[in-house]
Design a protein around this ligand. Structure first.
Ligand code: AOF
Ligand code: ZN
Length: 368
């Protein structure tokens, strides 16, 4: 069975709904489900749902509950293959069968090894017509955090960079504003759609940032704030530490870091992870083990917000999947901190470009 134009339009609507849950549903993907029936010859969405905050209940069970008996004979649009495993909740594939749904349109197979095709097979076995891979590319972008976690064992990393017209990202040991208010609001939106925002200790000390979402109505959507801090230099007076009880703050450090410093941070509500044992060598935080730690916590979507040292380290290890680059028309002048060398973008494809206020925003995805 093939997808119709209407299937694609309804899946596009489902994907838009699913994107609203990005940053809220970890450790699970933000899946959306529409239940659609034909009434008087026209399609009607009788129920819709997105994965709940914290990942459960899943989208399908919520939508089916909302549809009630109207689900019988209906078409369900789901942005990810319905699950087939008994996890924290019973399988969604079973729920769709039990509700008497006639047809299921799926955007993308679920790479989670507990599912991986079994959800779709179960539906077909029960006599349900299944259409797969409808707007699959779009779904793969939206579920990139989930895919990276379950398929590669690390989060999906989006690097955000703000660069001046003369190619600088800041000044050494001094906070400078580069982008305008519209671009800053866009960054807050990127934070809201991320599970965690990561910075290096250099940025934490120079900028003393809050890294929260301060957009009207979205104040509750601040991501987990993570500082990579090999020697535990983050002071108790830092804004991140002072607000750690309101917005989760985590520090990733090495086994060699001073236990007294760890205790001060823990007492303020910061969670300290020691991920780099001495036998891994080097002096900094090992990025691979740090990212694995974030995956263990359930974090799939990381926004890397600074600074240039950490950005270069991630890029050098091919750990950046997506770049959002803001270019300001303003110059920083002498003493600027160099931004990315142009060759850093060589393995990326430009996927979008536009003006946000006076700043140019360009997005790139790494070629796979
Ligand atoms: C769905 N619908 O809305 C989501 C799904 O730990 P559990 O039991 O909550 O299962 C988590 C897995 O379920 C997750 O890794 C992913 O494979 C799938 N997520 N599945 O049918 C949903 N969020
Ligand atoms: Zn499910």
């Amino acid at each position: 069975m093939t997808a119709t134009d209407l299937d694609r339009r309804l899946m596009a609507a489902a994907l838009r709904l699913g994107r609203r849950g990005l940053g809220l549903t970890w450790p699970n993907p933000s899946v959306a489900c529409l239940i659609v029936r034909e009434l008087d010859g026209a399609p009607v969405i009788v129920a819709s749902a997105v994965t709940a905050r914290g990942g459960r209940p899943h989208a399908e069970t919520q939508a089916l509950a909302e549809a009630g008996p109207a689900a019988r004979g209906a078409t369900a649009y789901v942005t990810l293959e319905p699950c087939s495993h008994f996890g924290k909740t019973p399988p969604c594939a079973d729920a769709l069968v039990a509700a008497g749904v006639a047809r299921v349109v799926v955007a993308l197979g679920d790479p989670d090894p507990r599912v991986a095709g079994r959800g779709i097979a179960q539906l077909r076995q029960a006599g349900i017509a299944v259409v797969e891979n409808v707007l699959a590319d779009s779904a793969a972008r939206d579920h990139a955090g989930h895919i990276a976690r379950v398929a590669f064992g690390r989060p999906h990393v989006t690097l955000k960079l703000a660069q001046s017209a003369d190619g600088f990202v800041g000044r050494r040991n001094e906070r400078v504003a580069i982008t305008g208010p519209e671009a800053n609001a866009r960054v807050h939106m990127l934070r809201a759609m991320s599970d965690a925002v990561v910075i290096g200790i250099g940025t934490a000390l120079t900028d003393d940032p809050l890294l929260t979402v301060r957009l009207p109505g979205l104040e509750g959507r601040s991501p987990v704030r993570v500082v990579f801090d090999a020697d535990l230099r983050l002071p108790a007076t830092a804004a991140l530490v002072r607000t750690a009880r309101e917005v989760p703050t985590q520090v990733i450090t090495t086994w060699g870091a001073d236990p007294a410093c760890a205790e001060v941070l823990s007492a303020a509500g910061v969670v300290v992870h020691r991920v780099t044992p001495p036998w891994l060598g080097g002096t900094g935080v090992n990025l691979h083990t740090a990212l694995r730690e974030l995956v263990k916590l359930g974090i799939g979507r990381v926004l890397l917000e600074g600074g240039p040292t950490l950005a270069r380290a991630f890029l050098a290890r091919a750990l950046v999947d997506e770049i959002v680059l803001f270019e300001s028309p303003n110059r920083i002048g002498p003493d600027g901190l160099a931004g990315l060398p142009p060759e850093a973008l060589a393995s990326f494809t430009r996927t979008g470009e536009g003006l946000v206020g006076v700043d140019r925003m360009t997005t790139y995805w790494r070629e796979r």
